[in-house]
Design a protein around this ligand. Structure first.
Ligand code: FAD
Ligand code: SF4
Length: 460
């Protein structure tokens, strides 16, 4: 008999219902599902899953607690190393990390570690477990940016007893978790709860505070962590890209998530969406932009991507949800020009077909133009979601912080920059990457900052 390669799937809202609003789509495990899934774990002596986790969660230990019917205790176990379990349980690509390395993969479905993490975090928030505040240490550390990198670094340093202040340029805390990832994938009340947890560890968070020169901070703080992210959108560079009706995914999602344009006119920011929307790109950002467009009333939404399905960078489950909701995929297709109607609004996108050649530097097969394959697609909104680059401000204003040719801060293998006392991690180093890689960087930086301060005699 063939082995069953599926683990227990979370319940989800039906398509017809969910595409009409911004409420969360997956509903999480029931207690019964969670315990049954947790009991499948072999409690390996040498757990391969932990090696796949950038923030080193003791995965078998928290799963055992769920199997014993102790989900709030499971959440506390996770929080020993990960301050944002409800976020990670929802958006981390576990299928490429802990679940990929789970030993069960060889024969059966891996343990659904992400779904169990989400279940534990939720159980804890229902029981309202208050974390303990750490003792304040003598050394003070400044963190620039309140995304997953900054929050993780800050939380870990607070647990070590340091006084930490996070400076955030926006009025809300959480970085992309707040302004990028839509409500139906990551409810903002979940982000707020986890930010609250980090604060309860003793971290001070100052919003509406843009940092430019680090020298000033170094007079007051003994070390600085830069987690300022990659919020600079990349563009196609094709004629017509500046036409009205063409958005960067950043602007589009920021308007919708942060400024609550989906609740216009209750909230004052509008967002104009047409009937036929083309989203360029195939990462998580593109899938989010496509699904948001549908919920705002677009009649037809196309994903236009120059490679094939196998190279799409988005999480599989997000691609599946997009398809279920009716988004159409134009693969091996690249836009080459955009044309306006008489009023100047975008009305047509000229594309060419592509085929795949040899792998490029990213390891993915390079798209090559098929000569004479040009064609035009009628559209009235275009959303460009082809990646972001690191925010340039810190690098421009701090010549001592060296950057690479893609605008990312250069760090050593433990997150130290070229400026003594200054560390960095997350998207400002990697370019647009993932929540968990940003958190892994934040965690490594916290350890390194602790060592640096101990060596300088500034530890408690
Ligand atoms: P950010 O989250 O960008 O946070 C940086 C913060 O620093 C921001 O709040 C910014 O306002 C602040 N800041 C910047 N400059 C300054 C300054 N000079 N002074 C003070 N504050 C400053 N990853 C996944 O793993 N799974 C997903 O499903 C997923 N989906 C995504 C969907 C979208 C739409 C987007 C945009 C990204 C998605 N990602 C996803 C990627 C992930 O969100 C990022 O990799 C991650 O948030 C990076 O974390 P960070 O802390 O480095 O930066
Ligand atoms: Fe459980 Fe899989 Fe980790 Fe083993 S590798 S402890 S089976 S989750």
């Amino acid at each position: 008999m063939a082995e069953d390669k599926t683990n227990a799937r979370m319940r989800e809202r039906p398509v017809a219902e969910r595409i009409r609003d911004f409420e969360e789509v997956p509903l999480g495990y029931t207690a019964q599902q969670a315990v049954a899934e947790a009991k499948r774990c072999l409690q390996c002596k040498d757990p391969k899953c932990v090696k796949g986790c950038p923030v080193e969660i003791d995965i078998p230990a928290f799963i055992k607690l769920i199997a014993q019917g102790l989900p709030a205790e499971a959440a506390s176990k996770i929080k020993e190393t990960n301050s944002l379990p409800a976020v990670c349980g929802r958006v981390c690509p576990q299928e490429e990390q802990c679940e990929l390395t789970c030993i069960l993969n060889a024969k059966k479905a891996p343990i659904a570690i992400g779904s169990l993490e989400r279940f534990a975090a939720e159980a804890e928030s229902k029981e309202n477990t208050e974390p303990r505040r750490s003792a304040a240490g003598s050394a003070s550390i400044a963190v620039i940016g309140s995304g997953p990198a900054g929050l993780t670094c800050a939380g870990d340093l607070a647990k070590l007893g340091y006084q930490v202040t996070v400076f955030e340029s926006l009025h809300v805390i959480g970085g992309v978790l707040q302004y990028g990832i839509p409500e139906f994938r990551l409810p903002k009340k979940i982000v707020d709860l986890e930010v609250q947890y980090v604060k309860s560890l003793g971290v001070k968070i100052v919003s509406d505070h843009l940092v430019d020169e680090i020298d000033g901070l170094l007079k007051e703080y003994q070390a600085v962590f830069v987690g300022s992210g990659a919020g600079l959108p990349n563009f196609l560079g094709v004629p017509g890209e500046n036409l009205p009706g063409v958005y960067s995914a950043n602007e589009f999602l920021f308007r919708v998530n942060m400024m609550k344009a989906y609740k216009f006119p209750e909230y004052l920011t509008p967002v104009k969406i047409g009937k036929k929307v083309a989203v360029i790109g195939a990462g998580n950002v593109a899938m989010d932009a496509a699904r948001v467009s549908l919920r705002l009333g677009a009649e037809e939404v196309l994903i236009v991507y120059r490679r094939s399905r196998g190279e799409m960078p988005a999480r599989r489950e997000e691609i599946v949800r997009c398809e279920e909701e009716g988004v159409k995929f134009h693969l091996l297709t690249a836009p080459i020009a955009l044309y306006p109607d008489q009023s100047g609004w975008v009305k047509e996108m000229e594309c060419e077909k592509m085929e795949l050649g040899e792998p490029d530097q990213s390891g993915r097969r390079r798209p090559i133009t098929v000569p004479g394959s040009e064609f035009k697609l009628p559209i009235d909104t275009v959303i460009v979601a082809i990646g972001n680059s690191p925010n340039p401000l810190i690098i421009r204003r701090n010549p001592g912080v060296r950057a690479n040719d893609r605008g990312g801060i250069i760090v050593d293998d433990r997150q130290a920059t070229s400026l003594p006392g200054v560390f960095a991690g997350g998207d400002i180093v990697r370019g647009s990457a993932t929540v968990i890689s940003a958190m892994g960087d934040g965690k490594r930086a916290a350890r390194r900052i602790d060592e640096y301060l101990r060596a300088a005699g500034q530890r408690l």
